[in-house]
Design a protein around this ligand. Structure first.
Ligand SMILES: Nc1ncnc2c1ncn2[C@@H]1O[C@H](COP(=O)(O)OP(=O)(O)OP(=O)(O)O)[C@@H](O)[C@H]1O
Ligand SMILES: [Mg+2]
Length: 302
């Protein structure tokens, strides 16, 4: 039985179709990613999963329970880390955790034990008595994540867990999420960071304008839709462009930079750099970011 089952989910705001018929399933123990540019409909989708935003149409089941009938029961088993900071500024770090446990009717002694466990796990124990206002962005995020785990959920829903964090904080959070995944937790996350998705997600969908464009494992999607390698060419001149046209290459033209998607890059790279130009040409493995840009284009969203 899947942990999350979403079928033909829809949400509109006036004439805008924010979520336009999305279907996916998340299996037990899996980390599933929702990727998409700003305004794609990621937050709206996951908010419908826990009844925060009412849906217009579609069928939703979590843990085999129907969201319309069993929302209270479902909520007992999920942990939610929202996109924006929702910590209580009047409480200190530890009180934010213990206080939140009341929503799940966790008895005070058990809540305190769980809070201390989570403070330790997220390396927040030295800040237990500090006010929220004294925390950095990275610490607040860790606390938000700790709070989402207070009820020892079976499903953790994370909306952009590392947006705005420095590389150190991001790496630490990734490590913690991998630990949680290895302990068997099912995770549903949204992200703009392709490296994050590639590292954490077993499967993912890329959505845009409220619709799913592709679904699969990160490695297979990159291999199928982009190729093995990407040749980057800075400041391309006419000779380079003519060469690529002759070779019928798949070129993403960024103006000052060309990205050439290749199945087997070595031979072409050697010929280009020997026969035409070596300067400003780099061959690298294809990434999820190449796929994301190929599918969602380059125009700015919101
Ligand atoms: N309460 C609302 N009223 C009107 N429009 C809304 C509302 N909430 C979201 N939208 C619109 O719905 C679309 C989807 O928004 P959503 O927040 O789900 O996108 P997102 O993928 O989470 O984007 P981001 O990456 O910026 O967080 C956007 O065009 C947004 O402007
Ligand atoms: Mg969002």
């Amino acid at each position: 039985m899947p942990i999350v089952q979403v079928e033909s989910l829809r949400k509109s705001y006036g004439t805008l179709q924010a979520v336009d018929g999305i279907s996916f399933t998340v299996n037990k123990g899996e980390c599933f990613g929702l990727l998409g540019p700003n305004g794609a409909g990621k937050t709206t989708t996951i908010r419908m999963l826990y009844g925060y935003t009412p849906r217009v149409a579609g069928h939703l089941e979590l843990f085999g329970l129907n969201i319309d009938r069993d929302l209270r029961e479902i909520k007992q088993h999920i942990g939610i880390c929202q996109q924006e900071d929702s910590l209580d500024p009047d409480l200190n770090v530890r009180e934010n955790l213990v206080g939140f446990a009341r929503y799940f009717s966790i008895p005070r002694p058990a809540a305190e034990r769980r809070a201390d466990e989570l403070l330790e796990f997220f390396a927040l124990h030295n800040r237990a008595n500090d006010k929220i206002a004294t925390l950095s962005g990275g610490l607040k995020r860790r606390l938000m994540l700790a709070r989402a785990l207070i009820n020892t959920p079976d499903l953790l829903i994370l909306d952009e867990p590392t947006t705005g964090l420095d590389p150190q904080s991001r790496q630490l959070l990734w490590e913690k999420l991998v630990d949680l995944k290895e302990a068997g937790l099912t995770i549903l996350l949204t992200t703009h960071y392709m490296e994050e998705a590639a590292r954490l997600c077993d499967r993912l969908v890329i959505i845009d304008h409220g619709r799913i464009l592709v679904e699969g494992t990160p490695a297979a999607l990159v291999r199928e839709q982009v190729g093995q390698a990407v040749l980057e060419i800075n400041d391309p001149d006419q000779a380079v462009r003519a060469f690529l046209a002759r070779e019928r290459c798949r070129v993403e033209d960024l103006g000052r930079r060309l990205l050439v998607h290749l199945d087997d890059g070595d031979a072409l790279f050697l010929r280009l750099t020997r026969e035409v130009r070596a300067e400003g040409c780099t061959l690298r493995p294809a990434t999820l970011e190449d796929l994301f840009l190929k599918l969602t284009g380059r125009e700015l969203r919101e």
